[in-house]
Design a protein around this ligand. Structure first.
Ligand code: ATP
Ligand code: MG
Length: 731
């Protein structure tokens, strides 16, 4: 058998991993060393050489996009249909399992996925219903609490609160939330994983079936699995499954969301016979980029440690640009991209990476101005737009009218005279009698407890939904969506908005109909017994948080560093390299490992670059409505100076003296620690500000009129202020 197509283009260590005998394998290696490539080749190897049935393989990746690519690559290599292969994200795979086994886990057949926005709405409502004051009990915090508990595998009954009032209250909210979801057949993202785990725990014969069938489990980006994902995996593997994981502890960047890099150590402990393979050659980046990334990450403690090298070229130095403000930064980046394109390169070769989504707006503005096509990932994605969600909510009611979240969303959209009072009465009735809102509405109408105006308005809504269900039942998906948009008269809800906005909404609704027309029921969903409608709704919910469609059109790519994981681009910009923004202020203040996680994020960002990397920072940045001065990110300092070439601001060249060199940036940081006669306060001195209240002086920088002072306010947190205008008083 000729297997050269599986093994050519692999180095020795990669080949060792791909061809490893059955058993457990851990591939631990740095960025760009071919981990993902090895995983794909391993799948092909198992099928072609080991004669493993495609039905016996489960491969898990971090994004739907990566899953799609993996499927495509495998199909190409093997020239077989990849339909029987289970390839997907943990959430996607859990969803599929639950569809097939909804009865065993106690879910209705038409259960609906609740995305995080709808989840938050529902939680907010519960908090209000419980009579809690939202300023003290913020719904986001409750959402975070609930999801974190679920990620740890805990139901309300498992949470010990030992009279701890905050935990006790959130546990109570969790309990109520769970009841609502149960009545409405709603499943949030964390619940998908939790239920899939409970399926294993409570249905041994189902587990046994999958254990026998799925003998080979392969996981990419293993460093970012959380507790419940790992527990799920271990149960599935049992004693006989072969687990093949690839990962990089230096790229663990989702700790804030419950990911446990410790799972790598656990894995080695739980499977003592594991073969650990390290890949050390990087095929992605130039020597310069790689050395810079290696030097940066060396500042973290307790790494598993690895050295990456490349046989590739040294390449250009890393560019560092000190912009005066964020506009100037955007202008510079776009100018570079323009030059790149004028030089014959493709727009899609360039990526602009940043720490927070809000940073994309200015880049978009400048790209538009230059008519350069671009695409933002992680902004408000199509399925998250409110009109699209409104139409989908009607569609969900066709599928399942007990979906409380959908009813809440559209019961009075467009307005049909159902007042807030009526709705809260209905909620109360639902809660008291343990019914869904839809059922409570039915009961109230039957018993005639609503005032006559309210009753007729609510009655009209019930009739609308029932008529739609009947009229649209046999329509194609596209026609169903068009039908709910027409019948509900949804566009009326936007009537009072400015015409431009309204037109965009209408356009988006048309696009939704098109998307439904184009939708083809994926084979694996058909196998799981999903209807076209259910499958479409699930895709809309599961992919809302991610890229979709013709993502790789020839556009400049804009995204956060988090969403850039696993990807690569010839030209990469990392913007906003400022202390407080990146590393993020929260992580600087945090005593735990957050700063190290930010550093890993920086490592991920830098190692996306193949040929050129450009870092930039703004000296002044407007954020949250106020301007602040910042110092260059400490991460810049951690890159060896000789790998960096500072690009001078264009405007500065006309000045007689250029103060913005890198060593001066360094001085500026250092200066903050040296006392200066001209400072009216001492470091550490308590001060008072009119608006921000009391605080402590942390640092000074700049001179004369430009002197800035950093104060850590007790209430408002750390801020940079211009000393001359701050009006600070000694406390
Ligand atoms: P990350 O940690 O960022 O996820 P990775 O370790 O998964 O990276 P890959 O994305 O698999 O790395 O590979 C990085 C790049 O190197 C890809 O362009 C891949 O095609 C290429 N590559 C990997 N191995 C080889 C090889 N043996 N020969 C040539 N190119 C390779
Ligand atoms: Mg990878």
């Amino acid at each position: 058998m000729d297997v050269s197509h599986l093994l050519d283009e692999l180095n020795d260590a990669q080949r060792e991993a791909v061809t490893a005998p059955s058993g457990h394998v851990l591939v631990l290696a740095g960025a760009g060393s071919g981990k993902t490539r090895v995983l794909v080749h391993r799948i092909a190897w198992l099928i072609q050489v080991e004669h493993v049935s495609p039905l016996g393989i489960l491969a898990v990746t971090f994004t739907n996009k990566a899953a799609g690519e993996m499927r495509h690559r495998t199909g190409e290599m093997l020239q077989i249909s990849t339909r029987p292969l289970w390839i997907g994200t943990f959430h996607g795979i859990a969803h599929r399992l639950l569809r097939m086994h909804h009865r065993e886990v106690g879910l209705p057949e038409g259960f609906q996925i609740l995305d995080s926005e709808d989840q938050l709405r529902l939680i907010r409502r519960i908090i209000r219903d419980e009579g809690l004051d939202e300023t003290h009990w913020p719904s986001r915090q409750a959402q975070w609490f609930i999801n974190a508990r679920k990620d740890e595998g805990q139901r309300p009954k498992h949470i010990e609160h030992n009279d701890h009032p905050v935990t006790a209250t959130w546990t109570h909210v969790y309990q109520r939330y769970q009841e609502y979801c149960h009545r409405g057949g709603l499943v949030d993202f964390a619940e998908l994983l939790l239920r899939a785990h409970e399926l294993w725990l409570e249905q041994p014969e189902v587990l046994d079936h999958y254990r026998k069938r799925l003998q080979h489990l392969l996981i990419d980006e293993f460093q970012d699995t959380n507790t419940i994902q790992y527990a799920w995996l271990r149960m599935l593997a049992g004693k006989s499954g072969n687990v093949f994981v690839v990962g990089d502890d230096d790229q663990s960047i989702y700790g804030w969301r419950g990911a446990k890099v410790e799972n790598v150590q656990l894995f080695v402990r739980d499977y003592p016979d594991v073969a650990t393979i390290r890949l050390e050659q990087n095929y992605r980046s130039t020597g310069t980029i790689l050395n810079a990334a290696n030097a940066l990450i060396a500042h973290n403690q307790g790494r598993m440690g690895k050295k990456l090298w490349t046989a590739g070229e040294t390449g250009k130095n890393i560019h560092l640009y000190a912009a005066y403000n964020e506009q100037e930064e955007a202008r510079y980046v776009i100018e570079c991209i323009k030059r790149w394109i004028d030089g014959g390169r493709k727009p899609s070769d360039a990526a602009i990476l940043y720490r927070t989504t809000a940073q994309s707006r200015l880049f978009e503005e400048y790209l538009l101005r230059e008519s350069i096509p671009y695409r933002v990932y992680g902004g408000q994605r199509f399925f998250e737009r409110s009109e699209v969600k409104d139409a989908l909510a009607y569609l969900r009611l066709l599928n399942n009218p007990n979906d409380d979240a959908a009813i809440e969303r559209v019961i009075n959209k467009p307005t049909r005279g159902i007042g807030e009072k009526t709705i809260s009465d209905l909620r109360l009735q639902a809660r008291e009698s343990g019914l869904s809102l839809w059922q409570a509405i039915g009961e109230s109408l039957k018993q005639g407890v609503l005032a006559s105006r309210a009753a007729s308005a609510v009655g009209a809504f019930v009739k609308l939904v029932s008529d739609m269900q009947e009229r649209l039942a046999d329509f194609t998906l596209g026609n169903q969506i068009q039908g709910v948009i027409d019948d509900s008269n949804l566009v009326q809800a936007y009537e009072k908005e400015p015409s431009e906005r309204r037109e965009t909404r209408e356009e988006n609704l048309r696009e939704l109909v098109n998307a439904a027309d184009r939708f083809i029921l994926p084979g694996e969903d058909a196998d799981a017994g999903l209807t076209e409608l259910q499958s479409f709704l699930s895709h809309a919910a599961l992919e809302a948080g991610e890229t979709q469609g013709e993502a790789w059109d020839d556009c400049v790519q804009l995204m956060t560093m988090h969403s850039a994981k696993g990807l690569e681009f010839p030209l990469v910009f990392i913007a906003g390299m400022e202390d407080g923004l990146f590393p993020h202020q929260r992580s600087i203040e945090d005593a735990g490992g957050r700063l190290e996680e930010e550093r890993r994020l920086c490592y991920v960002g830098m190692t996306r670059a193949r040929e050129e990397l450009c870092l930039s920072y703004a000296e002044v940045r407007r954020m949250h409505g106020s301007e602040s001065f910042s110092r260059p990110s400490r991460f810049i300092e951690e890159i060896p100076e000789e790998l960096i070439e500072e690009v001078r601001p264009r405007a500065a060249i006309q000045r007689p003296y250029v103060p913005a060199s890198r060593s001066q940036a360094r001085d500026r940081v250092a200066r903050t620690h040296v006392p200066n006669q001209a400072w009216p306060f001492k470091l550490g001195q308590p001060v008072v500000h009119k608006k921000f209240g009391e605080g402590t002086v942390m640092a000074f920088e700049g001179q004369g009129d430009h002197t800035r002072v950093q104060v850590n306010f007790d209430q408002a947190g750390a801020k940079w202020l211009v000393l001359a205008y701050a009006g600070l008083q000694a406390a």
